[in-house]
Design a binder for this molecule. Sequence first.
Ligand SMILES: *Cc1c(COP(=O)(O)O)cnc(C)c1O
Length: 434
Amino acid sequence: MAATQTQAGRELLGLFPPGTTRDGSGGLVIGGVSAAELAECHGTPALILDEASIRARARRYADGLAARWPNSRVVFASKAFPCTAVIRLLAEEGIGIDVAGGGELTIALAAGADPAGLVVHGNAKTEEELRLAVEAGAGTVVVDNFDDIDRLEKILAGTAAEQGVLVRLTPGIRPDTHEAVSTGQNGSKFGLPLPQARAAIARLRGSDRLRLDGVHVHVGSQILDLAPFAQAVEAVAELGEFAVYDLGGGLGSRYTYADRPPTVEAYLDAVTDVARRLLPADARIVVEPGRSMVAESGVSLYRVVSVKRGDGHTFVAVDGGMGDNLEVSLYQQRFEAAVADRPTGGGELCRLVGRHCESGDTLSAGVPLADPRVGDLIAVPVTGAYTYALSNNYNGARRPPVVFVRDGAHRAVVRRETYADLMRRDLPSRAPHP
Ligand SMILES: *Cc1c(COP(=O)(O)O)cnc(C)c1O
């Protein structure tokens, strides 16, 4: 029994950021700071990010790719965590930044990201957004459609400027992931099918303001096998020889004990093996991880508000939910959870639910929690990707703070919303007309 619990404990820690431990009283310690102290200082719900593990991940990607393909670049898909502290940290590690739209562009520039390393995405970039990108000196715009080309040519007409672009291909690949995060299949709204991609390439080769640097492909997110990535390289190779091949992101993260995603190294092996066969040896390879760069570095902390038993279920309701983690409702992502302020291991199977007025507001449909009680601190691991980005004010929820931990120190990098923040955009209404 004791051995099993130790094993379970070790297994559990395996989903938390590397270096997470338990203190003498059994509480979780993340980045050298106890979960209890983090909850005390910053309140709940709170999103904790382990700085060292993000940096380590960035180095694994950048060094791993450079070792296999020296002319290469890793770019962070900022939509996975669009705040300046995260972008600044990754920029410090030499990582470029992907942005989709004027908002992410503004955040990346505010974070001090080098404009030359910006890659501008989007299937509906407005003229205003493209103008912002060109004026900021964004190194690369990814052309998703012919309207992008029309708009860029209009913006650049009469200037001496030249804009580097890539053409995004829809490769006709359907990875084994949730429909909502599959992007490379036939019929996808993203990119151009092969004949149209060829036409866009021909048109760009004749442009005197747009410099065609190469091609782009991105097949989807939370992909847990390597085949679609290899197929994507084969697909872009068919477009011909270019200076740059941007192979997108999409590597899956380990959310549950059962998940076995490929390692970063296995992923890089898979894409560079095919690249060595099919792409020009002097081409530059770009990869754009979002989720797999930050997911495992995040932990959400919640306080238990209610425990309800009966009807064969134990509902453990916490003070957050789909306001701060929309991944479950949007694409049924599965999460594990643990009591964070005392020893755990085993326990009864609970439904960990949020505070919002929807039955779909479930953080975990079945997770073992040891004797859950009101006031317990609950930690949900692997919440570093797409939680902050998709957080919202449903039911008047105030979006939680983001707290960096490192070497026993902690600091909020995004503060919790206040009720005044909630009211800020709501214009005072006059009394109704009689
Ligand atoms: C979302 C996205 C990514 C990152 O995908 P992840 O699954 O988070 O790694 C990369 N490139 C493009 C174009 C994207 O839209």
